[in-house]
Design a protein around this ligand. Sequence first.
Ligand SMILES: [Zn+2]
Length: 353
Amino acid sequence: MIYNNEKRFFLKRRDFLKFSAFLASTPVFARKGKINIKLPSKKLTYYHLYGKKKGKKVLIIGGIHGNEVGAYKCASMLKESEIEKGELLIIPRSNFTSILANLRGYNGDMNRKFEYVSKKDPDFYYVETLKELILCYKPDVVISMHDGFGFNIENAKAWGQSIVIDELNYKSFNLYQKALFVKNNANKFLQKKLSIINTKTFSSDIHKEQKKALTAWCLRHNIESYCIEASKQLPTLESKIYTHLVMLREFFKLFEIEIKNIEDMMKNMKKYLNFTPPSLILKINGVKYKISDSKNFVLNDGSFIEVFSDVENGEYLLPLGVNLNWRSFYFSNLTFEVKRDFERFYLINIKRA
Ligand SMILES: [Zn+2]
């Protein structure tokens, strides 16, 4: 696995840092007698993988909507790809705060912010960094992964189990033709069949909101782009991930990507998913504690806690009843959840003596 590889592609440090100033932080004032905690940074993580043989460049975006677990878990799994041909740039958790909250958009719908996002918006850093990554990487295609509601084939208003295109054709891109290839081939492997949704983003006002979405932004910047949707109503996480992999496998054929272990990912999915409880480090007044189970702490006035967790794999310490955009704050009695993505594993209580 190649992580943030610097040989072939990297976002120049200054570019990456350009928006970092907008990463959520809260002003910290000394507050006598209270406990101060500093949570890990939720910096956007990306993975660049490539094979020996030259192929095309596919950029995969997961987790723009935080409650679409099949989409971001599948994107995260793909970082284990053994690529023989072509390149992948994978951004599994584009909206980590919403993933932790298990909400579509903790700060509103991120997929409506690609035309414009305010600098005051907590999503600003993520939206602008995503755009910067896309423009710097210049992929042959961007695939945005989602789990839609229901099944489009049964209900035209539902978006689940579909490939979403903005137009039949846009500039030189034959969006419908490629979506049809993916649909027809993928459906041979799926019980719940896929359909194609054309939102006619540029030629009509039926789906006005799509003009503000990631795929529309990509197309306007001459980058081919598709949304793929599994269904939230598929019975298991595994069946959602499977639907995504079946669709992606067809896109990979179209864009000359060869992945040695994609069939293994589909057949032995559990091997690629992590079910063990997360552990993390609390550094309390300079002393490190490794935490892997529920725990209570009673601390002296003015204590300082720094938290270290495996953010890249979705692990985080989530304060209950506190604004999730905050990274550093004061409290006197608080409960925290230890989570991996949407899943809560155990609780930590911290209070003042
Ligand atoms: Zn979505």
